[in-house]
Design a binder for this molecule. Structure first.
Ligand SMILES: *Cc1c(COP(=O)(O)O)cnc(C)c1O
Length: 373
């Protein structure tokens, strides 16, 4: 007979998932109700309200898509873009490339604007590209998890808006760990995930979609090439702005995941968003300092480092895989690099519950011991 499931307890310090808060885990095993039960409808409303607050937006259409972060981003791309539309994509690493692939899959004419991995885009690059030829959409990654770079968005947002172009942002890693101001930065649509800085398990792709995006969707000439991820249908399920139409059954929402997500958002509000961002920054600062003590340094230039995801140079002669395996034996997960950074860096997340001095101490002391072997 197969034994009951008994997973190891791992300190999850890769680029996600992070370890959920115990209260989030508890909420997920609370009694199940149906996805159309009045109690669950209240949970949906609370989730939307708290998610708007986290995205800093008044956008009505701010909901968790029943998919991981990528599914939320695909939803945005497939609804905003029609075949033949021109889309400018900022490519500062792996996840920028993925945005370009999503745009391509939606039928767009993709115009990548690239910088070497580790760098970020200056606003002039986007301004120049939009001057060269107009575009329907500009797509950017806020927190580029492959390089540890934080892409500044405020100035670019102003430029994109002045060009009457839509701006979509991948906020998968940033949301819940650093400030993102959807309304203040002129972001027309953004997508994130449940399992990084928000601190719930994977399974949801929270998105927010603003009025200019809704307008573009309403003026589509072609149908959205997806039934499940068609935002018109999803909006009918999550509810109209004025509540005029009855909710229409669309799919069976993952009730337990949304319970957990609702609790994670509640805990963020209880802590305070600003306090939470400062906690992530403080953990990062401490980690960088302690890394220096064991002779390691970050790959990403100090001018634009992410607080929640640290890309650390692997010292010459050190075996990437052996170090990660030794840490895993000690109950700690960190991750390797992507593409041009494979074998050259570790990607170490201090996200959600793990952005604390205790976790930094445990990580650095174990890493130091493993390296000294
Ligand atoms: C993790 C990540 C994704 C993918 O999110 P999933 O939830 O795994 O689908 C997309 N973009 C960035 C920047 C990420 O770090």
């Amino acid at each position: 007979m197969r034994a009951p499931l008994d997973p190891p307890e791992i300190l999850l310090l890769g680029p996600g998932p992070s370890n959920p808060h115990p209260e989030v885990a508890a909420a997920m095993s609370a009694p199940l109700v149906s996805h159309l039960d009045p109690f669950f409808l209240t949970v949906m409303e609370e989730t939307m309200t708290d998610l708007r607050r986290l995205f800093r937006t008044t956008n009505h259409h701010t909901v968790p898509i029943s998919a991981t972060g990528t599914g939320g981003l695909e939803t945005i791309m497939f609804n905003l873009v029609e075949p033949g539309d021109e889309v400018v994509v900022g490519v500062i690493g792996h996840f920028g490339q993925r945005l370009a692939e999503l745009a391509h899959a939606a039928g767009a004419v993709v115009r990548p604007v690239e910088v070497p991995w580790g760098q970020v885009l200056e606003p002039d690059r986007i301004a120049g590209e939009l001057e060269r030829a107009p575009a329907k959409l500009v797509a950017l990654v806020h927190a580029e998890t492959s390089t540890g770079a934080a892409q500044p968005l405020e100035d670019i947002g102003r430029i994109v808006r002045a060009n009457d172009t839509l701006l979509m942002v991948d906020a998968v890693t940033s949301l819940g760990g650093m400030n993102i101001d959807v309304d203040g930065w002129n972001i027309d649509a953004a997508g994130s995930c449940s399992q990084k800085c928000i601190g719930a398990p994977p399974g949801l792709g929270p998105i927010t979609v603003g009025p200019r995006s809704v307008e573009a969707i309403n003026h589509r000439k072609t149908p959205v090439a997806s039934w499940y991820f068609d935002l018109h249908r999803l909006f009918q399920y999550w509810g109209d702005e004025d509540g005029a139409r009855a909710r229409v059954f669309h799919h069976t929402a993952p009730v337990a995941n949304i319970y957990g997500f609702r609790e994670a958002l509640r805990l963020i509000n209880a802590e305070g968003m600003e306090a939470r961002f400062l906690r992530h920054q403080a953990a990062h600062d401490l980690f960088v300092e302690r890394l220096g003590d064991i002779g390691l340094e970050l790959f990403t230039p100090a001018s634009h480092r992410l607080p929640m995801l640290n890309v650390v140079r692997i010292p010459d002669g050190v075996d990437d895989g052996a170090v990660r395996a030794a840490l895993r034996d000690r109950g700690i997960e960190i991750s390797g690099g992507f593409g041009p950074l494979a074998g050259k860096v570790w990607r170490i997340g201090l996200m959600g519950t793990n952005a604390t001095p205790d976790v930094v101490d445990r990580l650095v002391s174990n890493l130091g011991e493993v390296l000294s072997r």
